[in-house]
Ligand binder design. Structure first.
Ligand SMILES: C[S@@+](CC[C@H](N)C(=O)[O-])C[C@H]1O[C@@H](n2cnc3c(N)ncnc32)[C@H](O)[C@@H]1O
Length: 254
């Protein structure tokens, strides 16, 4: 009998498929161009190269990233503060299918608890839903330490000063505009206990690893300075920034 495994889903699966299809079309145009003589051949070859660079590269790169990411723990490296707080209460914003939330929950002491909220955008991760994250926590044996519900970063459904730690792994870049990002930071400030900690994990636009994975799509992500400014604007202190292969973890205190 096959044992059921947790399903964390693929990040941006539909985008990867769409980019790969256009990229393969570019490859075909390139091959046709190579087989034609004159200006038409040169033009088609150039169009093919451009389409491959813009689409096939991120298509293949992001697919590879999804495979690599499941084998690494980059999201939770550097979070050693977790073990230093007694009975930590943690909020994971944008928990998705629980890929990071469950790793955090596993590293919590027995009395610790993790709440997760998400708006469950299905384009962000395949199979993204409350049902998926709940099933994954059961399969990973952390359902007694976790509670998940629908909720947005810009309107966090919890009372003031509730959490010791708030975590956002690869989420803030998805919060639409700058005003909403500021609103989210204000909400985090509200629900954090005095001197509480925040972990913000974001890919760094100019890291060679992100460029390797996503090619032109790296523009979706921001530079480290953008996050520095957003965080400091709310009066938070950045204690540390750690780079895990292009994925930057800001360790912040209220
Ligand atoms: C790239 S996924 C990361 C998921 C998870 N943190 C992880 O480490 O696998 C981004 C997640 O953020 C969620 N999200 C986007 N905007 C949000 C918002 N305003 N409030 C809460 N969650 C949001 C998406 O639905 C998605 O599940």
């Amino acid at each position: 009998m096959n044992e059921e495994k947790p399903k964390y889903g693929w990040y941006v699966k539909n985008l990867i498929l769409a980019f790969s299809i256009i990229g393969i079309f570019g490859l075909i145009v390139f091959i046709i161009g190579l087989n034609l003589l004159g200006m038409l051949g040169i033009t088609l070859s150039i169009i093919g190269i451009v389409l491959m660079a813009l689409f096939l590269w991120p298509g293949i790169g992001l697919a590879a990233m999804n495979i690599i990411i499941d084998k690494e723990d980059s999201e939770v490296q550097g979070m050693d503060i977790l073990s230093k707080i007694q009975s930590p209460s943690v909020l994971d914003i944008g928990c998705g299918t629980g890929r990071t939330a469950i790793k955090i929950a596993k590293s919590l002491p027995k009395e610790g608890h993790l709440n997760g909220i998400d708006i469950y955008n299905v384009n962000a991760i395949s199979g993204n839903s409350l049902a998926t994250v709940n099933r994954n926590t059961e399969l990973e044996g952390v359902n007694d330490k976790t509670t998940f519900q629908y909720g947005s970063a810009t309107e966090i459904p919890f009372e003031d000063n509730k959490f010791h730690i708030v975590n956002l792994s690869s989420v803030l870049h998805e919060v639409h505009n700058y005003e909403d990002k500021e609103r989210a930071m204000k909400e985090i400030h509200r629900v954090l206990k005095p001197k509480g900690f925040i972990f913000i994990g974001e890919w760094n636009r100019y890291s060679w690893q992100l460029i390797l994975y996503s090619g032109i799509l790296c523009i979706v992500f921001q530079r480290r300075k953008y996050w520095n400014d957003l965080i400091r604007k709310q009066g938070f202190t950045i204690l540390k920034y750690e780079n895990f292969g292009g994925y930057g973890l800001f360790i912040i205190q209220k």
